[in-house]
Design a protein around this ligand. Structure first.
Ligand code: FES
Length: 98
């Protein structure tokens, strides 16, 4: 459903989602990279366990929450990919961190 623009040359970077390597493009958000890779969901809701994907892509809906490099509750739409970045799906409730 989501495809990158073909005429925008950018260097490829490698990120990980739950231990699996994905190719992303320098400068794109984590959310855009995950949608372009066709991942099924990026988190589940704390109460009902419903699957969620990034929705608004502008920091409003919080459906894109993931763990990035060990830090939970990061909004994937507001973070740019970086080579070697380790992302984990956020399943259910996460502890509040400082
Ligand atoms: S996609 Fe809505 S806050 Fe990130």
């Amino acid at each position: 459903m989501f495809r990158r623009l073909r005429n925008v040359p950018r260097a490829a970077v490698t990120i990980e989602l739950d231990g699996a390597a994905l190719t992303a493009r320098e400068g794109e958000s984590v959310a855009a990279a995950l949608l372009a890779a066709g991942v099924g969901h990026t988190r589940t809701t704390p109460v009902g366990g419903g699957a969620r994907l990034p929705y608004c892509m502008m920091g409003v809906c919080f459906d894109c929450l993931v763990e990035i490099d060990g830090v939970p509750n990061r909004q994937a739409c507001l973070v740019q990919v970086r080579d070697g970045m380790k992302i984990r799906r956020q399943i259910g409730v996460r502890a509040v961190t400082e």
